[in-house]
Design a protein around this ligand. Structure first.
Ligand code: SF4
Ligand code: SF4
Length: 498
């Protein structure tokens, strides 16, 4: 059978396909409105043949802050649709024609699945380099836990190589003024979120089940498709933004630098973080928490452009004040990690004692099973039923089950948009096939190894965290903590549904 079809036949095929899919795909073509004539990519506008197996593609708005597509590279293979629909539960999960917004949770899984490299993250490398070169700016960078076990892959190292201190050295060499660790603010998130969870369990039961909120892809998914559950979301900002707000308040005060002269950059495994930093809710007193996000892949490009090789760069410690982290902060990068870290500190807040050994190596919440269930017994609180879910199509099925039954058997549910959690994020190295778990498992193994190798395993034992509370925030859930470390959400349902 011929592997090509004529342009005429192709257009006929498309015309007969109805609005579903193609109307949406139309919006992905720059400058061509949805459904308009000539919606197919420019390279297919002239005479010639088309691949017979073309299947369409996801729509990408020009205004999307996270991803973009080079039409010249697109082969209409449909892999992005597969990822968006079957892994993330977004594509097709809304009625057509489109209302006021192209549905996208900015996860970047389509980037990982796109075989031709047509879809990429929207890059911010130039802006970051310009900030570094601007002598009037104090440029601070933070690195997420999942990037420390994956950046090495961009420099030829095997998946699961821990390169945190090499990355800190490389970032210093690249010219950043301070290098902080997002694992620190993961510990800060746990201080707030575990306190919030204990409060909800004992005094605000209408906010149970408690839904985690550190994943911006999941948060946007909830805002689009399950707005009735928004009051169950933890109000905690993500570790990235807790760090950003702390840098432009506590750190700025300590260093005598005006917040407006600080440029906050983060190295993230995630493209949705680029959407998150643009959220209007995430600023305090007119200062944006964060300014720029670079994915793990972008950082590799930046370092290589400066001739910095991770294999040879000297290791450095993270800068202090906001650089110490515990094992609990480190495991945020893997599915189940947020839950395990939160339970460790919730146990301490409820009992005054650190958790027993089994909760420090809590196997039921670990691994790649789509939905994991666990039960924790916390003296004074009782038995807590927990679910851990990764991949938003899995989230959709779990939440629809809760809606159908009218109640949740779980009091705490962790959601991560990407398969495997942050270690499988849309900004991670593409050196391995996205659908394969082997690289993700190696990255997860490295993260738990860092946890067991840490002198401190619980967020509340972090001495720099204790200092920040003593000197600035007071205590978890204080008025000041609420101002800087908590946020609100936006109902986006009506942008997709009538
Ligand atoms: S996966 Fe990439 S090449 Fe395939 S249709 Fe989507 S954008 Fe085009
Ligand atoms: S970023 Fe995620 S939600 Fe957006 S089009 Fe790609 S796969 Fe779909």
């Amino acid at each position: 059978m011929s592997s090509k079809i004529s342009r005429r036949k192709f257009l006929k095929l498309v015309a007969g396909s109805g609005a579903v899919g193609f109307g949406v795909m139309a919006a992905g073509c720059k400058g061509k409105p949805s459904g308009a004539e000539g919606w197919i990519p420019d390279q297919y506008q002239g005479k010639g043949d088309f691949p017979v197996n073309l299947k369409g593609r996801v729509a990408i708005s020009d205004a999307n802050p996270s991803i973009e597509r080079d039409d010249e590279k697109c082969i209409l293979c449909g892999q992005c649709v597969e990822a968006c629909k079957n892994v993330m539960g977004v594509y097709g999960n809304y009625p057509l024609p489109l209302k006021s917004e192209i549905a996208c949770v900015n996860c970047g899984q389509c980037v990982m699945w796109c075989p031709s490299g047509a879809i990429t993250e929207k890059r911010n490398i130039k802006e970051v380099l310009a900030a570094i070169d601007d002598d009037t700016k104090h440029v601070v960078v933070q690195t997420a836990p999942a990037t420390k076990v994956s950046l090495g892959e961009e420099f030829g190292m095997p998946p699961g190589t821990s390169v945190g201190n090499k990355m800190a050295g490389a970032l210093k060499e690249a010219g950043f003024d301070a290098v902080f660790d997002t694992c620190f603010s993961a510990d800060l998130t746990i201080m707030e979120e575990a306190s919030e969870f204990v409060h909800r369990l004992t005094a605000a039961k209408d906010e149970i089940p408690h839904l985690t909120s550190c994943c911006p892809g999941w948060v946007k998914y909830c805002e689009y498709f399950y707005p009735e559950l928004m009051h169950n979301l933890s109000t905690c900002k993500s570790p990235q933004n807790m760090m950003g707000a702390t840098i432009k308040s506590f750190y700025a005060d300590k260093m005598g630098i005006k917040p407006e002269n600080i440029v906050n950059v983060s190295i993230m495994p995630c493209t949705a973080k680029k959407f998150e930093v643009a959220r209007e809710e995430l600023e305090v007193d007119g200062n944006r928490d964060m300014d720029y996000v670079l994915t793990t892949r972008e950082l590799a490009v930046l370092l290589k452009s400066k001739g910095i090789d991770l294999n040879t760069v000297p290791e450095r410690e993270y800068d202090s004040v906001l650089g110490e982290s515990t094992g609990a902060g480190k495991i945020f990068g893997a599915t189940g990690g947020v839950t395990e870290a939160a339970v460790r500190s919730a146990y301490f807040f409820a009992t005054g004692s650190n958790p027993p050994a089994d909760l420090l190596s809590w196997q039921p919440v670990r691994g790649m099973t789509a939905v994991k269930e666990a039960t924790a017994s916390i003296p004074g609180v009782g038995t807590v039923n927990i679910a851990v879910c990764h991949g938003l199509e899995n989230a959709r099925q779990l939440l629809d089950g809760i809606k159908a039954s009218g109640s949740s058997k779980w009091q705490f549910i962790e959601f991560m948009a990407c398969p495997g959690g942050c270690i499988g994020g849309g900004g991670q190295p593409k050196s391995t096939v996205a659908a394969q778990n082997s690289a993700k498992l190696k990255r997860i193994e490295a993260i738990y190894k860092e946890d067991t190798g840490s002198a401190k395993r619980c967020s509340h034992d972090n001495t720099e965290i204790q200092s920040v509370y003593k000197e600035f925030f007071g205590k978890p859930l204080s008025e000041k903590a609420e101002k800087y470390l908590h946020t609100t959400f936006v109902n986006r349902h009506d942008r997709l549904f009538s």
